[in-house]
Write a protein that binds this ligand. Structure first.
Ligand SMILES: *Cc1c(COP(=O)(O)O)cnc(C)c1O
Length: 378
């Protein structure tokens, strides 16, 4: 039997809701299910405004458009992140400025941000890796003393908190992902949280091809016309209908992932004491969502060796980001501050373990036993 790394999970009524969306007579975006999903996003994030988008990438792009980025504007972010965090802004002529991550949480090191600020800096972009919060009080303090915006990449952080506040709902803008690899899914999907009310009206226009259609539908304007820049960033109702059922089960999803996460975490204590591996660290100020369980091996050779040993036993594990600062497009479009050695070393040593709703306790124990056996043999 094989154990897969991820498996898209059905919460039960998705297909029925898709059929219902058709019965309701609207398959284009911004219908009944889109509004239900948006209400849910507002509720879980505490944000006063949320827009469903077709991906987290789209939400990140919208954040850049809202900031009116100019050629050469800079955004400070980690290099240890998904391509979209940087690419969304390169597309608009901005320059990602990379700083190193913290060794414990693998999140952007807040102590390195200030040194990376220049007169071109417009925003700080914390990425909450594995659903574990960045040190947001420091980020917000720096942002307010230098007059910068904060955009949270909360793609992995649905239902995670920082000192009791939902991630994605803390900065000026926040982005969620509902990609099939995340906790709550719709295949492709995302959401923009607009926490700074200054951006609310324009966000609706940008998402509706630069038109004031949303205001028109709500009776706020009497003509629907082209008023600004924009694009089509909204998903159709079929996607929203699928997502809606998932949102209704977020509690169950989060609890189950945390159970698996805790099982792994307990089981690897010994191997950590023996310095075979390092376990994830969750600061006491963070409530996480069990998005990911990873281990850090001693070096790249042992990581690669363990990965192939597990593969022989039909256990699928994966490494993660190739640091963006050393990727071909990163070399061309971005700059780095400092040596990013923790980023490089993390990328070499990380191994992510199977984590999904259909993974049983026995499966997780099989993974643990295989890793323990490997540690004994090597
Ligand atoms: C998944 C992910 C994204 C992109 O999400 P999409 O919905 O696929 O566009 C961006 N940033 C991070 C940190 C992610 O994990």
């Amino acid at each position: 039997m094989s154990i897969s790394f991820n498996k898209p999970y059905l919460t039960g009524d998705e297909l029925e809701f898709i059929s219902d969306a058709h019965t309701r007579g609207q398959l284009a975006g911004d219908g009944w299910y889109t509004h239900k999903c948006q209400e849910w996003m507002q509720k879980i994030s505490g944000s006063s405004s949320a827009l469903l988008t077709h991906s987290c990438t789209a939400a990140l792009e919208m954040a850049g458009l809202l900031l009116n980025l100019k050629e050469g504007d800079e955004i400070i972010m980690p290099s240890y992140t998904f391509v979209s965090t940087a690419n969304a802004y390169v597309l608009q002529g901005a320059v990602p400025v990379f700083v190193d991550i913290r060794e414990d949480t693998l999140n952007m090191d807040e102590k390195l941000i200030e040194n990376a600020i220049s007169d071109k800096t417009r925003a700080i972009l914390p990425v909450h890796y594995a659903g574990v919060a960045c040190e947001m009080n420091s980020v917000l303090d720096i942002a307010s003393s230098f007059g910068l915006y904060v955009i949270e990449d909360a793609a992995q952080a649905v239902k995670s908190c920082y000192r009791g506040q939902a991630l994605g709902g803390i900065g000026d803008l926040g982005a969620y992902s509902f990609h099939e690899t995340k906790n709550v899914i719709s295949g492709e999907g995302g959401g923009l949280l607009i926490n700074n009310p200054d951006f609310k009206e324009r966000a609706e226009i940008l998402r509706e091809k630069g038109t004031n259609r949303s205001g028109f539908k709500r009776g706020l304007v009497d003509k629907y016309t082209w008023v600004d820049k924009g694009s089509s960033y909204l998903p159709g109702e079929l996607v929203a209908a699928f997502l809606y059922d998932q949102t209704q089960h977020v509690q169950k999803i989060t609890e189950r992932r945390l159970e698996i996460w805790n099982l792994y975490h307990r089981s690897f204590r010994d191997l950590e004491n023996r310095e075979v591996l390092k376990r994830p660290y969750v600061p006491e100020y963070c409530e996480h969502n069990g998005h990911m369980y990873y281990i850090l091996l001693r070096d790249k050779d042992s990581r690669d060796n363990l990965l192939s040993t597990l593969k022989e036993k039909s256990i699928q594990t994966v490494f993660h980001y190739i640091p963006l600062h050393s990727a071909p497009a990163g070399l061309q479009y971005s700059r780095s501050v400092g040596d990013l050695s923790i980023t490089d070393s993390t990328s070499d040593r990380i191994l992510r373990l199977p984590m999904h709703m259909e993974l049983s306790d026995e499966d997780a124990s099989t993974v643990v036993e295989a890793i323990t056996a490997w540690a004994q043999a090597s």
